[in-house]
Design a protein around this ligand. Structure first.
Ligand code: F6P
Length: 544
């Protein structure tokens, strides 16, 4: 049992000296029970780490690192409502959004259930009323289309979840999303819509984000120009913590759904930021979604570290990042409807742990968050899997798949599943030059051709992947999957000793964009700018 974080890292480095020369082929050959030993389940959810380059001792030592870093203490502090987001001086309590009164969550001595329950009731009622046509335009017509205007945490989660759960969206209006300040986004979303039957949700925690505000104003103009100022009022609702700003924008208080400063933007999907999702799938499905989150919250809160799924996922990530030196992680769901999962996780993970100083403001001692990216399988196989199989960088993969199909074309699901199994197998086991040679000779290839191609057709293997399997893609299972990653990100932030809940790194660009906007005017003085920026502005002015 190690005592300090430094000792724990040293032990892990020694583990890697032992394991680096060992191929996953050998690990599986030496231990026929490897799957049983390295896969962990919670009900129908199974996570298989057996294709990661770890052994039992390394897993024990990773758990030692977690203990030495204080994962349990920090977890308990978060659940206790302590102000663990120190740089923004606030608690981190998104778990309370899906908690029950029995969970006893509190912030500043107040039971969060008393805050959350009435807001949840109100926005779910609003969602069901929109779906049922009880909330209408000024003429009493039901809304056929809903556009959520928001960005970052006020967009990525709802976009991902509405797409993921499209099977559960019936009878309600169509739900669309606009985020980019590029006017083409709003233009394209509204091109085929009728302002008379379009409802806008302006989703912004701060209600000051420049992209959202300018798009909201353009949407307001679009509706007002068509229907007039008074009629347009029934076409807007907001999700925000800034009631003064929503009022100034002209949204009636009963159309504003709030949340709290202890809910970070990228952790806000289960707050009223999920209104667009609730409109898409209805309140019953939304509550099932919350149940999935809550079950994972409870698992994370109460399960010993050695069986704790988010902890284990985090530790495998730390092994990949800090011990193996992998700079990126690809998330590959073999569920087409999870095609946006990696974009959503990008913000959750990279905005949380893309940090270079510790909580105390010193330089970090280790690498922190990796680059997160990915796409749905099988599409990804035909774009970037070449590099993943045979490139010079090792890209660990998190695969996700449901045992049951997500569409009525059930036969295709076996082919999808077989592709997932094939990829994870090929990555781990590869194909040796001897196997390639034998296969080519058996196929009748001439010796010269065999010699010329054998290196090109060899797969090194030994490339790590984790497989996440669940029965089917439902509101419940999606909620559980998201909470799994939320808590994984938290654990990694503790191990890297960073504040996972601030995002100062996105501020500078925002401020500078504000300063540079007037510089695009033809007569603006560019003399204070660097030569590249002023040179580019001159070119842009000339090309406009
Ligand atoms: O990208 C920075 C950020 O502050 C995110 O953390 C947040 O999700 C997003 O902007 C949107 O912020 P808001 O909901 O306040 O418009």
């Amino acid at each position: 049992m190690v005592q300090s974080v430094e000792q724990a890292w040293n032990v892990l480095a020694t583990d890697w000296e032992r394991l680096e020369p060992v191929h996953l082929r050998e690990m599986f050959a030496d231990d026929p029970e490897r799957f049983a030993q390295f896969s962990f389940s919670l009900d129908d959810l199974t996570i298989d780490f057996s294709k990661e380059r770890v052994d039992a001792a390394a897993m024990v030592h990773l758990l030692d690192l977690a203990r030495a870093a204080g994962v349990e203490t920090r977890r308990d502090a978060m659940f206790a409502g302590e102000y663990i987001n120190t740089t923004e001086d606030r608690a981190v309590m998104h778990m309370a959004l899906r908690g029950t009164p029995e969970d006893g969550y509190q912030v500043d001595g107040q039971a969060t259930a008393e805050l959350v329950a009435p807001v949840l009731e109100t926005f779910l009622q609003f969602a069901d009323d929109v779906r049922a046509g009880r909330i209408t335009n000024a003429k009493g017509m039901a809304f056929t289309d809903v556009i959520n205007i928001g960005i970052g945490g006020s967009d990525l989660g709802p976009v991902m979840a509405v797409r993921a759960l499209s099977k559960f969206a019936s009878e309600g209006p169509n739900v669309y999303f606009v985020s980019n300040v590029d006017g083409a986004h709003l233009r394209d979303a509204t091109r085929d819509l009728n302002p008379e039957t379009t409802l806008f949700l302006i989703a912004s925690k701060s209600f000051t984000t420049q992209e959202t505000m300018i798009n909201a104003q353009a949407a307001k103009n679009w509706v007002e120009n068509s229907l007039g100022v008074e009629a347009a009022k029934s076409h807007f609702a907001a999700v925000s913590t800034n009631l003064a700003a929503t009022g100034a924008f002209g949204i009636a208080p009963e159309r504003v759904f709030g949340f709290w400063d202890w809910v970070g933007g990228r952790y806000s999907l289960t707050s009223s930021i999920g209104l667009s999702l609730a409109i898409a799938i209805g309140s019953g499905n939304f509550r099932a979604f919350l149940d999935g989150f809550r079950d994972m919250d409870q698992h994370f809160k109460t399960t010993p570290l050695a069986q704790n799924l988010p902890v284990l996922l985090a530790l495998i990530g730390v092994w990949r990042r800090n011990i193996m030196g992998c700079a990126t992680v690809a998330l590959i769901p073999y569920n087409q409807r999870l095609e946006n999962f990696s974009s959503y996780l990008q913000q959750m993970d990279m905005e949380s742990n893309g940090k270079r100083v510790t909580k105390e403001g010193a330089s970090v001692a280790t690498k922190t968050g990796p680059v997160i990216w990915g796409d749905a399988g099988t599409n990804a196989q035909h774009s970037f899997f070449q590099l993943i199989h045979q490139g010079t960088d090792i890209v660990p993969i998190d695969f996700m798949i449901s045992a049951q199909p997500t569409s009525y074309l059930v036969d295709q699901h076996d082919l999808l599943t077989a592709n997932f199994l094939a990829q994870s197998h090929a990555l781990a086991f590869g194909k040796t030059s001897a196997e390639v040679r034998k296969e080519m000779v058996a196929a009748g290839d001439a010796p010269a051709r065999v010699d010329a191609l054998v290196a090109h057709r060899t797969f090194p293997g030994n490339r790590p992947s984790t497989s996440i399997l669940y029965r089917s893609l439902t509101p419940y299972s999606l909620g559980r999957l998201i909470a799994l990653y939320e808590h994984k990100v938290f654990v990694q932030g503790v191990i890297w000793n960073v504040n996972s809940f601030d995002q100062w790194g996105v501020e500078l660009g925002k401020v500078m964009a504000g300063q540079l906007t007037p510089m695009l005017d033809d007569d603006a003085d560019l003399s204070a700018l660097n030569s590249s920026t002023s040179g580019l502005i001159k070119k842009i002015r000339a090309l406009k």
